[in-house]
Design a protein around this ligand. Structure first.
Ligand code: NAD
Length: 316
């Protein structure tokens, strides 16, 4: 029997993730899609219907009524609560189905994931797991995302749900599926990672600006860093200086990618997580203050957060 999928949130990450599901799933499976911004759904149908049936629905509840497996990736905790728990239009309002599998991929706080997952379980609405992803828009397009998984019963793969690994494999690389523990644990890992990558990105922007303003050619400076102790994923793939790394958002005027406003959310999650466990977040706190200023600057709004280099007046 064909498995039917539901996808909620067709933004920068969701669109390519849903596209990979549609392209790789059986043509007998229907993909039900929902986004509050309906033009995204219309565009998705117009561009991808050749791969198999796609139906646009008008609420998360309708997605859950139709789909066996649901993937959601939406901005923040408030959106996740609405999508899952709204008494009228949320997933919780759909017909009960204890086998329904829900992969919630947004980057939100771990406590919200525990609250939402437990409410869903109590309502016999199915199995909710936190599955934040890493790899950004390029990883979503290539279908090579990593998944960090937290579940009610801290088990793995088939023990959580027979279709879990197969579903993540439509969007990601199995060697990068990390079972982190109980509900919320995937997010705990994700928040730590983003605390690190967010601070490294800002440090990279500052370091590149310092070196270039000191008279070092931008290409030479990158080569030096790439071959020295400052080398990092962020400098190699999200290098904030235009024209240094061809595939980085900076080289296409910071279009697409991970929005500056999203970094404020993630760095806040990191700083709050630090406070909750008694770790002083000195670098994260400093980065957060700067990202907050950048996120409301007209040069930065809605651009990839590496635009912080422009905010710092780095030479372009
Ligand atoms: P985005 O703003 O591009 O997309 C979010 C989408 O969700 C939009 O299309 C929006 O209309 C839709 N949406 C908002 N509220 C909704 C609701 N109530 N119901 C249905 N749809 C709703 O954001 P994004 O960059 O795709 O990020 C989404 C999540 O993924 C965030 O939590 C982010 O931190 C995380 N994330 C992003 C990246 C990245 O590189 N962009 C990487 C990993 C994780």
């Amino acid at each position: 029997m064909a498995i039917h999928y539901g996808f909620i949130g067709l933004g920068a990450m969701g669109y390519p993730m849903a596209l990979n599901i549609r392209r790789k799933a059986s043509p007998e499976s229907t993909l039900y899609i929902y986004d509050v911004h309906s033009p995204f759904c219309e565009k998705f149908v117009a561009e991808n219907s050749s791969y198999g049936p796609i139906k646009v629905v008008s609420s998360a509840r309708e997605v859950a009524d139709m789909a066996d497996i649901i993937i959601s990736i939406i901005p923040a905790a408030s959106h996740v609560k609405t999508v899952y728990l709204d008494a009228k239009n949320g997933i919780i309002a759909a017909k009960s189905n204890q086998k329904r599998l829900m992969l919630e991929c947004s980057t939100i706080d771990a406590q919200t994931a525990r609250d939402v997952g437990n409410a869903i379980l109590d309502a016999s609405s199915g199995i909710y797991i936190d599955t934040p992803v890493s790899g950004g828009v390029p990883g979503a397009l290539a279908g090579t995302l990593s998944f960090m998984i937290g579940s009610q019963e801290p088990s793995a793969g088939f023990d959580i749900h027979p279709q879990l690994e197969a579903t993540m494999s439509l969007m990601g690389t199995p060697s990068k599926f990390f079972y982190c523990g109980k509900l919320g644990a995937g997010l705990a890992a994700k928040i730590s990672n983003n605390y690190l990558s967010g601070t490294i990105l800002l440090a990279s922007a500052e370091a590149m600006a310092i070196g270039i303003k000191s008279g070092i050619d931008k290409h030479l400076l990158y080569k030096v860093i790439h071959n020295s102790t400052g080398q990092s994923f962020m400098c190699d793939h999200v290098n904030p200086v235009p024209g240094v790394v061809a595939h980085a958002p900076a080289s296409r005027d910071y279009e697409g990618g991970f929005k500056a406003q999203m970094m404020v959310k993630d760095m806040t999650l990191g700083v709050d997580a630090a406070a909750a466990v008694g770790i002083k977040p000195s670098t994260g706190q400093a980065a957060l203050e700067l990202y907050k200023e950048a996120a409301v600057d007209s040069r930065c709004i809605d651009r990839d957060v590496s635009v912080v280099y422009r905010f710092l007046n780095g030479p372009e």
